[in-house]
Write a protein that binds this ligand. Sequence first.
Ligand code: NAD
Ligand code: WQD
Length: 360
Amino acid sequence: MALQLKWVLVTGGAGYIGSHTVVELIENGYKCVVVDNLCNSSYESIARLQVLTKTEIPFFNVDLTDEEGVAKIFQQYPIDSVIHFAGLKAVGESATIPLKYYHNNITGTLVLLETMRKFGTKKLVFSSSATVYGDATRFPDMIPIPEECPTQPTNPYGKTKLAIEEILADLHASEPEKWKFAVLRYFNPIGAHASGLIGEDPLGIPNNLLPYMAQVAVKRREKLFVFGNDYDSRDGTPIRDYIHVVDLARGHIASLKYLDQIGDKQGICRAWNLGSGTGSTVMEVYKAFCLACGIDLQFEVVGRRAGDVLNLTAKPTRALEELKWRTEMSVADACEDLWKWTTGNPFGYQVMGVVDTMFN
Ligand code: NAD
Ligand code: WQD
């Protein structure tokens, strides 16, 4: 008898982590349908995914808050499970336009869950974030951070993530045998696919360290600004748990398989940290990227960035024990893959020079 492939709906699948996860899904024998409103991505990533995977990937340019649009996807495809990446994610911006963040992230999720209920889809993997822990250094004995660490997000973006985690917990509690929810708290995803075909393509000035350095390396930015070297760390710069995006993508496959093997008569709602368990400072990552690209990038130490904390490193034991997942690639691997993506696509998916200007 032919094996029946399962359809996975990937919300936000044109974006950075979603696109890398689509590759892993297809390699693991799943069929993918992608929904994305392209507010922070471009259709070019889907086109490249089709080349990379040699697979046709149905794509819906639909906003998740659009009930009818989302329902149409479930009408057309027998969706077995959902991986929910779609959301706005810029910490600083979320403090400037909080209502947009609450509406987009929370309403989008509510529409998705309501549609899943109507169509009988019970499994969902949710993109949460280490940002739900807030400043974990307030509990010094909780570093590296276990999932039991109290949550206390410090910005509207993080609050939307925690609110969604709570919505999932409440929905699961209302029908505990029905719903299967995997909440994945990512630490700092970096790097790109080793093919160099897909990668991170931030709009405007990058907020995150690696994309910023990559733009310095191809002379789109003049120099890196290091946000403070007066922290209580090895070299005075903050510590983060950087994780290769392909490792992260594989964590989603591990979670889906975990939900699949639970069986039909049992539900779950559980959080897992996806991190490596090893922290790197800003200067360590800077050196790793300089080595990968063969350039001594110019940098200047400036004041601390508001909201930054000393150390966010995961305790990844739960994911290892339960999901049988661990990171396999290093920061150096991620830097090499990022450099391959950047040299092949110095202006990301965009046409060179049209949508961006030097040093804006
Ligand atoms: P991304 O912006 O590259 O991808 C998100 C995608 O969702 C984009 O393609 C965007 O166009 C789409 N989208 C946003 N709102 C939508 C809506 N209402 N309807 C349809 N599509 C919508 O971001 P990413 O880095 O790939 O992150 C994916 C998820 O992981 C996000 O939920 C983010 O909050 C979470 N996360 C990211 C990081 C990180 O550092 N990148 C860390 C922790 C958690
Ligand atoms: C890393 C380190 C900066 C840029 C963010 C979100 C978090 C999650 C992941 C979504 C910090 C330093 C950075 C620069 C610098 N996203 N830095 N110069 O802040 O750990 O996490 O992305 O959920 O919620 O907050 O990542 O890459 O911005 O910063 O010195 O130009 O690099 O101070 O120490 P962060 P980041």
